[in-house]
Design a protein around this ligand. Structure first.
Ligand code: SF4
Length: 372
């Protein structure tokens, strides 16, 4: 089954480290929602035979939308696509957008998974990241949400300047205490064009060196695993049964349709994206034209490498699926690489699967570049 990603392109202000696509002018919400509904209806004929079982509202800030607006989008999806009754419906949520009432309204609208962009439970770190919530307010809203539904995730950012592993453990402890069943832990990245990058240009020493980053990564992983979470993707941890079904589609080479400006799609072996421009996106749909651009079909070598890379960064290479997709026996083709990385304990080999170990996850990019 396939997934649907919807990019909600609004934020109230730009966080210091963020280079995602969004606009600040929320007055354009109505224009966006009507373009999105047009995009959904223009796509419907192309996916008649498909069944979708995940919908992911990402952004930007999806929680800028009211529950009625979320419900309107879901209704429009159900009118145009076959959406499974038991679908995972996720929303990326900024803690400052939620009151108890709004959380309940979102659940009543059909949302059954919340992914909170907390990043830290230490106020000084939140200030450094220019986030708009406080540790206390985030804890309150996540505790309340977890008391209503179990599928709740928190994002944590680590490797901040002069942050210690105790600081990160403190944030992880608070997330666990709030009852989350999923944690995404990302290291701070310095993207060109962000205000964080400008600070880094003035003061390069603020960025941790790769060896400290690797050390912090291992301590974060160890800590979250010790709390009973499974490390199922390089940056993602879940209690049993609470893996992100939507994100697993990206990592296991399943089809997904992206809607909204800057969204990416992968369907029937083709990849494309929507424009990174609000006006191009809306104008195209006003003229009844789907705004897809950069449509291409990766060649066999490229597809194979993508599959191996995504698999090794997550739940492993499934040999049956590999053979079905690429018509070859993975173990025969990569015998030497597999022997090498398993003997160094970077990966674990079972009858059906090759999966990276904790030390392998830490070196995932190097392993993929060197061995495949
Ligand atoms: S709320 Fe999220 S998408 Fe918006 S600026 Fe901050 S990090 Fe970026």
């Amino acid at each position: 089954m396939a997934g649907i990603y919807i990019h909600i392109p609004f934020c109230r202000k730009r966080c210091s480290y963020c280079d995602f696509f969004f606009i600040i002018n929320t007055k354009l919400k109505r224009e966006f929602l009507s373009a999105l509904k047009k995009e959904i209806s223009l796509h419907s004929d192309n996916y008649r035979g498909e069944i979708f079982d995940t919908v992911f509202f990402g952004g930007g800030t999806p929680s800028i939308l009211t529950a009625d607006e979320i419900s309107g989008i879901l209704t429009s999806l159900k009118e145009n696509f076959r959406i499974e009754r038991s679908s995972e419906i996720s929303v990326e949520a900024n803690p400052e957008d939620f009151s108890r009432k709004k959380t309940e309204e979102y659940i009543n609208a059909g949302v059954n998974r919340f992914s909170f962009g907390v990043q830290s439970f230490i106020d000084a770190e939140l200030k450094f990241l220019t986030r708009q919530h406080t540790s206390d307010s985030a804890q309150e809203v996540i505790k309340f949400t977890s008391s209503l539904i179990k599928n709740v995730s928190a994002d944590i950012i680590y490797s901040l300047p002069s942050q210690t592993s105790e600081d990160i453990s403190y944030s992880i402890d608070r997330a666990v205490e709030c009852g989350v069943s999923h944690i995404s832990a990302y290291s701070l990245t310095y993207e060109k064009g962000t205000s964080l990058y400008k600070s880094f240009e003035k003061e390069p020493a603020m960025k941790n060196d790769p060896s400290l980053e690797a050390e912090l990564y291992l301590s974060v992983s160890e800590k979250i695993i010790s709390e009973g979470f499974d490390h199922y993707e390089v940056s993602n941890f879940a209690k049993k049964g609470f893996e992100s079904r939507h994100n697993l589609k990206y990592w296991t080479y399943e089809n997904y349709l992206g809607l909204g400006p800057s969204s990416h799609s992968f369907f029937h072996k083709k990849r494309w994206n929507n424009p990174l421009s609000f006006s191009s996106y809306v104008n195209s749909l006003v003229n009844n034209i789907l705004p897809a651009e950069n449509i291409y079909e990766p060649d066999k070598n490229q597809s194979e490498l993508e599959y191996i890379m995504l698999g090794l960064r997550s739940i492993g290479i499934e040999f049956g699926k590999y053979e079905k997709l690429f018509g070859a026996d993975f173990l025969k083709k990569y015998e030497r690489s597999v022997n090498d990385i398993t003997s160094k304990e970077f990966a674990v080999l079972t009858k059906d699967n090759l999966r990276l170990s904790e030390s392998g996850y830490c070196l995932a990019d190097e392993i993929i570049a060197r061995y495949f």
